[in-house]
Design a protein around this ligand. Structure first.
Ligand code: AHR
Length: 334
């Protein structure tokens, strides 16, 4: 009986060792490693660690990223939704490393706290591209490049819209809906906006709180703003369109007219905000381009071919006022 058990144990050990040997990934010519299944298919694999699905912008970005394998059949994509939690994104990166993907693309929910996991990717010789939002790390060699928008410039453009509309001396009581605290989209937009209104003595931010980039929280926070200062607020500055959409609803329920009693200014350029502008309920949006899939593919190809890439690759963006919304609405892709 004992002998039978020992023979069975030895046999299963031999099978396991055989399986491990067969599944081991090896370093490719570019220094990166491949997963076993894609190695046999010859495809390059990108692992994408997404922030979440908090906004229309995010959904558009996800769709664009997921189009990579259809844009180039030599590429496969492994996609992970971090549900707005850094720990989920860290787990996803570790799983991409374990699967030996060729390149990791990270859209980081917040800027800090990435050193350890990016070092693990570097040690595994997997190049990393930071997409959309930035990271702050102690060692710049932990990632190859950043691809995305200039969020500080977006905040400045938003402030300039107010200056053009009302003049520098106007008396504006601004309610600010911040994005996710600690994210580049929040930090950059706030910094750009605040810098640009420094010379406007009567532009006052009388309310400021995070709505975490979601429509539901934007509405909830705006309700609270209106409850305490509903008669004073004459501008809503929202770090994204989705929170502005929630706030528009709150303003209507409060009995005021969004777009008229309160000037509605936000960032992204999603279809819903264009419709709100056409309906006279929103006033302006600064575009932030989420259609990053084709650019990420180009960058990935260059890196994996061993070519040099720019350290920062910015996407092209514009801004739109209510008067241009009807003409632009049919052209919007997200
Ligand atoms: O990082 C980009 C920002 O994140 C978008 O402006 C916002 O809508 C999204 O949630």
């Amino acid at each position: 009986m004992k002998l039978k058990k020992m023979i069975a144990l030895m046999a299963s050990t031999v099978i396991c060792i055989g399986m491990l040997a067969g599944c081991g990934g090896s370093a490719g010519g570019n220094g990166s490693a491949q997963t076993s299944n894609e190695k046999s298919s010859g495809k390059k694999v990108i692992g994408f660690a997404q922030v979440g699905a908090e906004s229309g912008w995010r959904t558009a970005e996800t769709d664009s990223i997921k189009s990579i394998p259809t844009l180039d059949s030599n590429f496969d994509l492994k996609f992970s939704d971090g549900q707005q939690k850094q720990e989920n994104q860290i787990k996803a990166i570790r799983s991409f490393i374990a699967q030996k993907v060729d390149l990791i693309a990270l859209d980081p929910v917040v800027e800090t706290g990435w050193d350890t996991v990016l070092k693990e990717a570097k040690d595994a010789k997997i190049p990393v591209v930071i997409v959309d939002r930035k990271v702050t790390v102690s060692d710049d060699s932990l990632y190859k490049c950043f691809l995305g928008s200039d969020m500080v410039a977006e905040g400045k453009k938003a402030a300039q819209i107010l200056i053009d509309q009302f003049g520098k001396d106007a008396k504006l009581n601004i309610a600010e809906l911040q994005g996710t605290v600690g994210s580049t989209a929040m930090v950059g937009r706030q910094q750009g906006f605040n810098d640009a209104i420094k010379d406007c003595p009567n532009y006052k931010i009388i309310k400021s709180q995070t709505g975490d980039f979601t429509r539901a929280k934007g509405k909830e926070v705006m309700e609270a703003f209106l409850k305490s200062d509903g008669d004073k607020i004459n501008v809503l500055w929202s770090h994204n369109d989705d929170m502005a959409m929630g706030a528009i609803q709150a303003i209507e329920e409060y009995g005021k007219k969004p777009g008229k009693d309160i000037f509605i200014l936000s960032v992204d350029g999603i279809k819903d905000i264009f419709q709100a502008m056409v309906d006279g309920k929103a006033n302006a949006t600064v575009e932030c381009n989420p259609l990053l899939g084709p650019q990420l593919l180009e960058v990935a190809k260059n890196i994996l071919d061993g070519k040099e890439v720019e350290r920062t690759i910015n996407s092209k963006e514009s801004q739109f006022l209510q008067k241009d919304a009807a003409a632009e609405l049919p052209n919007r892709k997200y």
